[in-house]
Design a binder for this molecule. Structure first.
Ligand code: ATP
Ligand code: MG
Ligand code: MG
Length: 387
């Protein structure tokens, strides 16, 4: 479909699923990450680069071998990308380095969103001192969140400051990291939306979904979200407006809080495929991964491509995390999923470790009740699925 080579910074599961989508279109991808990373395992190219997406030399090496450079993670070295943009004018980098820079520091991201009138929880930069954290408690009340501005994922980098007595532990946990404080958002549900932005700046919204976290890691995702249609539509407009404010193209994940009073606050944006969009592989006309490939290569994106496959398609995505007690025990859940109609299992080629994201299961049904029955079975100890 396109003779250009796409280089991907990062070879984890998101990179692996980008490779899968690209390969169906005969699009060549090469990866920068450690040897045998999940994306390299399914891609027999010889031009891969062994190294790190945070190392300037390694990024320069892969950049020379590709026409379009993209990312599966936001924690990449942006100064190198900016330098390459000048040195190699023919190289296209998506999402744009400016966008990655605005997003990778979560506090800078918040300020950018406020500037563009996107509602977010109140936040401010803080010093790593007891006095400053006490002052925040007086201003925001307890609990509030102390967050690392950079290198955050799966809640590692967040601390919920429940009372003045928790401040010492918060400082110890997040020591040596640049911090900001955020007011607690009393949400009733967490919502998420994938948005794809084309090279000409148009934005296309996927359905509004509902995510449920356990230990700060996404556990399940309901598509569409179990909220009124009006809330789903409002969330899509909010997400579209947010993504319109970032230059460049590609897929974005937008996380939101749905509050008791019906208001929506944007939590954070990921400039890449997102865990809350894995359901799109089986439930939507085009997956988030193929949408990303189409966006960065300027391939067609017809009007309906981000919609659910049919008007009665419902989906639940269940993350497969490493069992906390017994290595590989999570595979039992995958076996039950294989034994269930309209379920697909995706494993990422990673070694089982407690709570590590090892795969996901997409459950499809013509109603959410049907999906929930299948989910109950997969999470049970039962041997057979009873329809
Ligand atoms: P991710 O893996 O999504 O990148 P992260 O480490 O960047 O996660 P956040 O998205 O900031 O972390 O927070 C993780 C979770 O903590 C949120 O999904 C939400 O459940 C909770 N949380 C974060 N900020 C707030 C807030 N201001 N009020 C209430 N809960 C919050
Ligand atoms: Mg994050
Ligand atoms: Mg998050």
């Amino acid at each position: 479909m396109d003779t250009r080579t796409v280089g991907i910074l990062g070879g984890g599961q998101l990179g692996r699923m980008i490779v899968e989508a690209a390969s169906r279109l005969n699009i060549k991808t090469i990866i920068l990450d450690a040897p045998n990373s999940p994306a390299k395992q399914i891609n027999a190219m010889t031009e891969h680069v062994n190294g790190s997406f945070s190392n300037p030399k390694d990024i320069e090496e892969i950049a020379k071998k590709c026409d379009v450079l993209t990312v599966e993670i936001e924690h990449v070295d942006v100064p190198t990308l900016k330098k390459l943009q000048k040195q190699l004018p023919k190289l296209e980098i998506y999402p744009s380095p400016e966008t990655i820079e605005l997003i990778q520091d979560k506090f800078v991201q918040k300020e950018h969103l406020i500037k563009h009138s996107i509602p977010v929880a109140a936040s401010q930069a803080v010093k790593s001192t007891k006095e400053d954290l006490l002052r925040i408690g007086q201003e925001y009340g307890f609990p509030y969140l102390l967050k690392s501005r950079t290198l955050a994922y799966d809640g590692r980098g967040n601390f919920v400051v429940k009372s003045p007595a928790h401040i010492d532990e918060a400082l110890e946990t997040l020591k040596d990291r640049p911090l900001y404080a955020e007011k607690f958002a009393p949400f009733v549900k967490e919502l998420a939306i994938m948005i794809v932005r084309s090279i000409d700046g148009k934005v296309y919204s996927y359905p509004t979904v509902e995510t449920i976290h356990q230990d700060n890691i996404c556990h399940v995702c309901y598509a569409p979200a179990r909220v009124p249609d009006s809330v789903q539509a409002k969330a899509q407009i909010l997400a579209e407006n947010a993504i319109k404010s970032f230059p460049g193209c590609g897929i974005f994940g937008v996380e939101m809080f749905y509050l008791e009073d019906g208001e929506l606050l944007l939590n954070e944006i990921a400039p890449r495929p997102h865990n809350s969009g894995h359901y799109t592989i089986d439930a939507c006309v085009t997956s988030q991964f193929e949408a990303h490939v189409r966006a960065v290569l300027n391939l067609p994106m017809p009007k309906n491509f981000s919609q659910l496959s049919t008007t009665n398609t419902n989906a639940i995505m269940l993350n497969v995390l490493g069992d906390k007690e017994e290595k590989n025990k999570e595979l039992q859940m995958c076996e039950r999923a294989l034994n269930t109609p309209s379920c697909s299992v995706y494993l990422y080629g990673k070694e089982s470790k407690p709570n590590r994201k090892l795969g996901h299961i997409n459950i499809i049904g013509s109603s959410m009740e049907e999906c929930e029955r299948k989910l109950d079975y997969i999470l049970s100890e039962e041997t057979a699925y009873k329809a």
